[in-house]
Design a protein around this ligand. Sequence first.
Ligand code: SF4
Ligand code: SF4
Length: 468
Amino acid sequence: MSDHKKPARTISIKPLFERHQKVYPRSVTGLFQRWRWVFAWLTQIVFYGLCWLPWNGRQAVLFDLDARRFYVFDLVLWPQDVIYLAVILVLSALGLFLFTTVAGRVWCGYTCPQTVYTELFLWIEARLEGDRPKRMKLDSGGWNARKLRLKTAKHTAWIALSLWTGFTFVGYFTPIHELAAGVMNLSLSGWESFWIVFYSALTYGNAGFFREQMCKYVCPYAQFQFVMFDPDTLIVAYDETRGEARGARSKKAVPSEQGLGDCVDCGICVQVCPTGIDIRDGLQLECIGCAACIDACDQVMDKMDYPRGLIRYSTENALRDRSTTAEVNRRVLRPRVLVYAAVFFTLLAATGWSLGTRVPLKVDLQRDRAMMGREIEDGLIENSFRMHLINASEHTSNFSLEARGLPGIHVTQADEISVPGASSHTVIFNVRVPPGTTEPGAHPIRFIITDTADPAVTVTEKAKFWVP
Ligand code: SF4
Ligand code: SF4
């Protein structure tokens, strides 16, 4: 046997999952960054402020799960109004379809809570620890008194903001003044404490640590949004034709003479990207459409005296055809967009009309199943009913009750029913017809329930009257 040994085979094993590299986005200024802050301010003013707004002597927006009532300004929604919540969800989905098809990931880049809170947390981080190079140096260095002080200050600020966010969120489900009193007196219920801590931890973890990983690996919208894209959808894009070949050069050099395009390969567009990608590699799932790379690249173009827009909002077709802005705008109204818009605005109008003309009275009528119909004194025929009334207005209403449909039919009790605002009330009542006026069998009748102070608030309920 030969003792010649075969060379050992080298097997390279590639990890299934890439190790996470922390992203240190560099601060950026510019038009789109200003717009991002405008949206951050608007959304946060609404979120933190709306729960404190009084309305009709209560909180303007309150989802009171205990009482099973939702208050949205003048609207009081009951479990019976669940259809409106379903419609709002459908409208939100359709709106997202429509805006994604036209303008790509504008929701992700400007208003998504994940993006906005990451931006706020990054702002705190940059104020305390400095911009990208300083943060990278701080994290790679050893622990010392300065690092401990900066990290403690940052996490304290993050936790304070997270707790305020968790408290505000729960304040939409428990009256916020009661919640605030509970916090001050340390008398919160177990559930209230749990949900405040839960949402605070969610905010702290998502905006402080997971950041772009939520968009990459968790958000379902990020995964399926490309289905809604077409070649005329607005995207943040690098103009490869103009930019390549990329390379460093002196400001005075003429790029074409050196065989170069306009990209000076400074890498600043990568450094400002909150998801750490290089937009020059083309459209990627990780791109949240924040346009930070547009602002950064425009500044580089200004310094080089090149025209702005090497990275810009554009469309695949526009980049390929070198289209003008007017041509891009003309392609906005394409069949897919028109269909989404027609469905969205029709449903929106129908919902608005339905809410605007909604009668603030709901009635649930049931007959007394134990007794179909009976003959009482003087030969009168009597049927019994149970009626549940919900007064969806915010003031006490008196309702009249009238029966129609048979000769001489009348209600013997409960011909006027008082129901306090945003409450319900159940009445049991009898209905009678005179003897000899109606054949035996089941006869259709109607009950008319009317607000005595506002006859426009009327509900008609159908029923059957049994004659033995
Ligand atoms: S910022 Fe502009 S010039 Fe600099 S690398 Fe990115 S695309 Fe090229
Ligand atoms: S590539 Fe540009 S637009 Fe996309 S996430 Fe990065 S910075 Fe934002």
